[in-house]
Design a protein. Sequence first.
Length: 91
Amino acid sequence: MLIAARLLLGQTQAELAQESGLGVRTIYNAEHGSLGLESVEKLVAHFEKQGIEFVKPEAGRGWGVFNHALFESFDDEKRRKRMNKNAEASH
């Protein structure tokens, strides 16, 4: 799930390490399940600040990762296009 979250943000391990204040080796170990809970919690907190939501299993579905920032960007783009279209139509 941590790898999926990082990839949803389009980051390398080095970029994530720089932004989160953790080492590249720490990122690698966390992604491969060989790290303590404290570092994983730091990563999760960092991801959540970036718009990533870790979705708990329910209704027969497993764990998931959702990127709110991605959809906000998409919604902003749709809104911009709609506003431009409306502006052009009023001229």
